[in-house]
Design a protein around this ligand. Sequence first.
Ligand code: ADP
Length: 372
Amino acid sequence: MGVVGAGQLARMMGEAASAVNVELLVLASSLDEAATATADHVVLGQPDDVVALRALAQRVDVVTFDHELVNLEQIRALEDEGVCVRPNAHALRFAVDKAYQRETLREAGFAVPRFLVVGASDDPLLDSFLDQLDGPPVLKAARGGYDGRGVLFPPDRATAKSQIDELHGAVVVEERYELRGEVAQLIARATNGSVQVYPLVSTVQSDGMCVEVRYPAEVTAALASEAGALAEQLASLLEAVGILAIEFFVTDGGLVINEVALRPHNSGHWTIEGVRTSQFANHLLAVSGQPLGDVSALTTHAVMVNVVGGEQPATPDAARALSDLYVHDYGKSWRVGRKLGHVTVLGDDAATTHVRAWTGAHHYGTRTREVS
Ligand code: ADP
């Protein structure tokens, strides 16, 4: 299997690969990238260089992705040449373009925020759209954003307009919610259309970035089963193969879809230790055409905390010395604001599991702040 991109997701695919009998090649832009340590083979090249993509494709049976910062035309061209790509370019468009994603979801009848796609602040529909909202909107670059980069929260309309023009390209302008919380639903879909629905989790964000994931999700059983049902509908609508991650806002009016990713997701890192078949193993099983693995939880509670580089260089050593804590080091060089690793704790109750996970993340030197 070839993976386009060699970040931490590809690294963790590499860790899972031998147990599911997959040989992994990654397309890395340099030998320093996170996944070069766990992959069986490395092909050097940029993810949007068609020559490099072809060099990867020639050596594998199937191609999948670590991230969605790819050129869809190039992926389509590979498919036309007979390369097996999973998820395919048709499904991938959904992940690459937030505007297309919102439009497709709305047309299919899923609950999404009210939104308008504009190219610039002089769009003739913009003022009347903003008039319908209770307050200032949220702005999202349609392409290229991740971890809150490309998402802006302007304080007023005038700022919103100048920020729309600063973002360049298509911008999704959408209503801003008072969130009750956020949850993420992972689902694995195999080539024959069968699915495995993961246990729902709550995600906790700070500065637009996910800092903590909690299992079980802090919502009613009814909402949790609704999230699972929506994920099944979406997986069959997209006909995606592999992991799909659906991020939901929990609002006063119920679940609203924020975003869908077609790859393993930060909200699923806890499944490495917390679920019988991790998201990485199931992604590889699905993409390689094998039957999926069971996704029963192996614990009553789990907390995963991301480790993000702060002012002082961090190392995992002190966290590793703590007991009952799983420490994952992505092998990246230290940089302020960069995701360097994560820690996971399995436990018997929510409060102590949370405290132990944050103690571990602080020992690791994370700059993220605990949100209670
Ligand atoms: P990214 O793709 O960069 O992760 P998201 O669209 O998921 O960006 O937004 C990041 C975070 O910003 C969300 O998890 C949420 O906390 C907040 N956010 C995004 N859109 C809205 C919105 N419409 N209303 C309220 N909060 C939002």
